[in-house]
Design a protein around this ligand. Sequence first.
Ligand SMILES: [Zn+2]
Length: 311
Amino acid sequence: MDEDYPRTLLELERRFCTEEACVEYLAALRWPDGWVCPRCAGADGWSIRRTRWLCGHCRYEMSITAGTIFQDSHVPLAIWFRAMWQITSQKNGMSALGLQPVLGLGSYKTAWAMLHKLRRAMVRPGRDRLDGVVEVDEAYWGGEESGAIGRGAEEKALIIVAAEEDGKGIGRIRLRMIPDASSVSLQGFVREAIVPGSTVRTDGWKAYLGLEGYVHDRQVQSQQEEGEHLLPRAHRVIALLKRWLLGTHQGAIGHQHLDTYLDEFTFRFNRRKSKSRGKLFYRLAQQAVQVRPVPFAALVKPQPVVSGGVK
Ligand SMILES: [Zn+2]
């Protein structure tokens, strides 16, 4: 399928004003080579009501949204499509408080759950790892930034960042929360985020020592100019991330949800040069039909961070 997406809000509203139109669109994204019946492998099927699809050969009925983030949602797909448009068309995204009135949602909880599900869809399943020269560094989030003065380091979340070198600029990035700055955590992230054989540039922290399978470019603090950073790209990403967390979200993010915000930031950052906002909508919709559904209870209490795990 050609990349088919609305270019403007008006186009979105005209085209996706019915559930049928939304279902057709999601079906085309989910089965780019055409729908195939899971029971008889027949290829003739059509939409019957809401999200239901009927096989014209064996009469098997299925939901187009089963197994996607839209599964079991009581919110009409037309509203979901507007939510996807809102969060991809705004440069910095939106908080649940901002989204609720725009979509006319009855409850804050609904807006919050929709946003969290969409953030899950911002990580493409099986996405590529970074390569080339990649800066890796850690930073703390929390404490004074989130307005809670006088808390100890145990109240802070540790974030690790990988940023590709692209000439003088930054290529793609990866971000994640890690439980500590041990070599298991740091090197586990490197293996998960960066293609073996790439050059990994870090500071002199000992936990990066013995990094196998990579060219390790260790920058040891010595005589650098004032205002100059050993790992300028990683440093810049962290500064932009903190500004975004404090700006769009007023810093009001529990550590248990931080990873999903890191996913949203990464999605936006890696597509920051995309000229078309409609294309971001397209990517998000495409990924939304590829990720597994998340029950509300799991959104509220996500899995604990496991070092070296694959996200
Ligand atoms: Zn069939």
